[in-house]
Design a protein. Sequence first.
Length: 318
Amino acid sequence: MKVKKFYDEVVQITTSYLTKKEKAVNLINLINDNRNIDISGVIDFFIKSNFEKYSEYNKVVYGTFLRLQIIFECKKYLFLQESVEGMILGGSMSYGPFYNVRHYDNDSLSSDIDLIVITTDNSYSVDFDCLSGIIKDSSIKSFKNRKELCAEGKSFVSIDTFSHRFIMKEGGFYVSVHFITKEKFKQICSLSAEKQGHLYLSDYKEDPYRKDRTVEFSVCGTEVVCETPSRKVDGGFIAKIPWYGVVNGEIAPGLFLNNISPRFNVIEGSSYLVKKNVQILNDILVGNATYKNGSIYKAHIRRGRFMENLDKIPNLFV
């Protein structure tokens, strides 16, 4: 399909009398049926027509397309690197494209892009210079400095994940990337509901986690309080972040797991190993939810914002 015709179909959907959910589903299907469409060309039409100015929903659609363009750029360049084993899309672009994505001029209010990047060895060999066209130079420089500090050892011997927020040159939002090795990812995908307690990950972050504790929910909706302390190190902080917990035999996804659940949207180009481990993770969560007469959707901290019957909504193909 040509870009102009695609854009016209987007306009037709957004201006229709369909519900917001119906519009979102139609737009997801439109993207999935036209996987080779030039997203940047579509965005050019948005800009020329002042598309986002016409309604609040148009802002959601425009914001989703902007983020989709960035995701495709990351996919295009990062998968050229041997150190990248796979990527998983999380956050609102996973569970709510064209529905939950917030887009404002103020980046503190806008939805960011959440990416889990699984690496062959460690995050130090992943290069983001290839994305200098869309990411601010200062952000890439900061990432390099933090990588060097981490590679030198010092306080970072025991970290499990390396997180960095990349600031976009345009659009007023971030790409939050969480790096984890394939060995560690494989290890943490084998959840167990047999032992009460939590599995924590040590995350090297730029800033301390915003709270000393957080409330998560089990597959049955039971509240679980998790401690999230941070300690200062060179180049940032090491935060203790819950991957998952168990209460009364119910699995309660923690912050990182909530990032990619309940959609588990593996980006095309990821290795078989990554896809297999994600499937294992999904099967364990669904199995525990079924056994406990719960739902993996009840376990998400954003569950009140989900589209109705989200389990029947198609995943956005990325």
